[in-house]
Design a binder for this molecule. Structure first.
Ligand code: PHE
Length: 338
């Protein structure tokens, strides 16, 4: 009998759906679907009037049994869900506060470093990483800082075993990269440097520097100025001005220190710039031909510039942080502000 076959199929489907139900909501939907006023079973009962008289008892019995079966199946499953719900409430104190998950972010120093690198990378500089444990050659001699030369003293240095040292400046990358590559060369190099300075509000025995340099035929001082001015405006704001003061570095000649007009007071003088209107941000100059001799670059053909800046200082200026130690204490109450 076709109808019985159809009802058999329905029974199978109902059992499968009830087994798969995963919530009280699912069960309620099934109840409506099968036993509701317009439900499948109810519709089958209504259809009884079209069944041949002799088949009526058989079909009627089947439908009745089916109705009871589906009903008890749904009830059974409902009991299971209710029990689960109950035990969840009993075993858990729902009034306890939830677990707060702190979402981390990059350290303000790393944000500063990446922002600065990005600006130079957009100008075509290649970002490189070189070792923190160095030889005297890369940290000093290659950069025209011979042994016993007084300028060596300004770069207080930690020495480690085997005549090695913890680099005291990121200028080491000049020699490392120029040894490896021929001009044109355009590099930024960021990382940690170490100096045995007494720790105070503006000194740390470890801090971050970013070095940049460019070597090719015909590079002149105005290229250096253009690159650095573009950087200053990108990083500190369009209205920032830059000035260069003569200075001395063994590996650049001529050398300069560069200041930006105070981006807080616009140059009028305030607490941040110690009422000078200017903030010192970096050292720079034209690469000394003696450095080129060390890496066997043709000094009659190539010129270049280099600059170096302290990431910590720039980070502190940008965010108005007045003590470098805050950057290294890992106090989340401080770090969360950035
Ligand atoms: N290395 C220098 C320092 O640590 C900074 C610098 C880099 C100056 C490149 C000139 C050119 O003080």
């Amino acid at each position: 009998m076709k109808l019985l076959e159809k009802l058999g199929g329905m029974e199978k489907a109902a059992i499968k759906e009830a087994v798969e139900a995963s919530s009280l909501d699912d069960l309620e939907k099934l109840r409506v679907q099968y036993l509701g006023r317009k439900g499948v079973v109810t519709t089958a009962i209504k259809g009884m009037k079209n069944v041949a008289k002799k088949d009526k008892p058989k079909v009627g019995k089947y439908i009745n049994e089916l109705k009871t079966k589906i009903d008890s199946l749904l009830k059974e499953k409902e009991d299971v869900f209710r029990e689960q719900e109950q035990s969840m409430f009993e075993n858990n104190d729902m009034t306890l506060p939830g677990i707060n998950i702190d979402i981390g972010h990059r350290h303000p120093l790393m944000q500063t470093m990446q922002d600065i690198i990005d600006i130079f990378v957009r100008m075509g500089f290649k970002s490189v990483v070189t070792p923190e444990v160095e030889t005297e050659f890369y940290n000093f001699e290659g950069l025209n800082i011979p042994k016993n030369h007084p300028s060596r003293e300004t770069f207080h240095t930690f020495y480690v075993d085997g005549g090695r040292l913890l680099r005291s400046q990121t200028s080491t990358a000049q020699i490392r990269m120029m040894e490896k590559e021929k001009p044109p060369i355009q590099v930024v190099h960021a990382g940690k440097v170490y100096r045995p300075d007494a720790v105070d509000a503006s000194h740390s025995f470890m801090f971050y520097q970013i070095e940049g340099f460019m070597v090719d035929e015909g590079i002149v001082f105005s290229d250096l100025k253009g690159v650095l001015e573009h950087f200053a405006k990108e990083y500190f704001g369009e209205s920032v001005k830059m000035r260069f003061r003569p200075h001395y570095f063994p590996f650049t000649e001529p050398s300069a220190e560069a200041d930006i007009s105070c981006f807080i007071c616009g140059g009028k003088g305030c607490r941040v710039c110690s009422y000078k209107g200017w903030l010192e941000v970096l050292g720079a100059g034209m690469i000394n031909p003696r450095v080129f001799e060390c890496v066997k670059y043709d000094t009659s053909k190539y010129t270049g510039f280099a600059f170096g800046m302290g990431v910590d200082r720039i980070c502190m200026l940008k965010h108005g942080i007045d003590d470098i130690r805050l950057l290294y204490e890992n106090d989340v109450r401080f770090l969360k502000q950035f």
